[in-house]
Design a protein around this ligand. Structure first.
Ligand code: ADP
Ligand code: 5GP
Length: 208
């Protein structure tokens, strides 16, 4: 491919998508990675143990706390946070390399991570997926069938705190009708691709 192919004209996007658990973030993000061939998840580092079926280097890079601390000290993380007693961090070099190659990077972050990245002034696109109501959120968590009643109560308490940080986000998608939400998220990504600020200035000067 020559340097003048459209995706070479722009640095890849940094797309941070957050949602209360059960709102439909995974469903929507997986659809986006199927729709945009140059959109990839950044694979975070975590100190939590792998769940059944999770592969090292695919879902997360699983490390011990010693290694995680070393990485913090070395400045290897774009952001890191403690979530439910485990540590999670976004690898800086991997994200920058993908973006430099024109690949859009999808970050799966909790709201602390979104707040950190936002405060750093990183030029991201910040999206919050919401359920139509808290009642519907509870119904989806119940019908997903992965959590106990206690776990659902805990997720609902966290959801209230997450929704309170709506100020961090550029876009809010109410995931009522899945197809409609999917089209909206796709439009957000397409609009971000057309941002003047994302244009490669060298390419622009060479071309016009
Ligand atoms: P999250 O990643 O935000 O925790 P999931 O993508 O796992 O959420 O979705 C939670 C549950 O809700 C899943 O069973 C999913 O199929 C369902 N779901 C997602 N979006 C919708 C929607 N718009 N309407 C009804 N159910 C939905
Ligand atoms: P889980 O352990 O269920 O995969 O993830 C727990 C929480 O950690 C989720 O809210 C997820 O979005 C968040 N998370 C995953 N990776 C990172 C990361 O690199 N940084 C931050 N801040 N949160 C993360």
């Amino acid at each position: 491919m020559s340097n003048s192919t459209p995706w070479r004209k722009q640095r890849g996007l940094l797309l941070a998508v957050a949602a209360p658990s059960g709102a439909g973030k995974t469903t929507l993000c997986v659809q986006m990675t199927e729709r945009f061939s140059r959109l990839r998840y950044a694979i975070s580092y975590t100190t939590r143990r792998p769940r059944e079926g999770e592969q090292d280097g695919e879902h997360y890079h699983f490390v011990d706390t010693g290694r995680f601390d070393e990485m913090i000290k070395a400045g290897d993380f774009l952001e890191w946070a403690e979530v439910h007693g485990n540590f999670y961090g976004t690898p800086k070099a991997e994200v920058n390399q993908m973006r430099d190659e024109g690949i859009d990077v999808l970050l799966d972050l909790d709201v602390q991570g979104v707040a950190t990245i936002k405060e750093m002034g990183v030029d991201g696109v910040f999206c919050l997926i919401l359920p139509p109501s808290f009642d519907e959120l509870r119904a989806r968590l119940t019908s997903r069938g992965k959590d106990t009643e206690d776990e659902i109560d805990r997720r609902m308490t966290i959801a209230v705190k997450e929704v309170a940080r709506i100020d961090l986000f550029d876009y809010v998608i109410i995931n009522d009708d899945l197809e409609e939400s999917s089209r909206t998220l796709e439009s957000v990504i397409r609009a971000a691709h057309a941002r003047r600020t994302g244009l490669d200035e060298d390419w622009f000067r060479r071309t016009f």
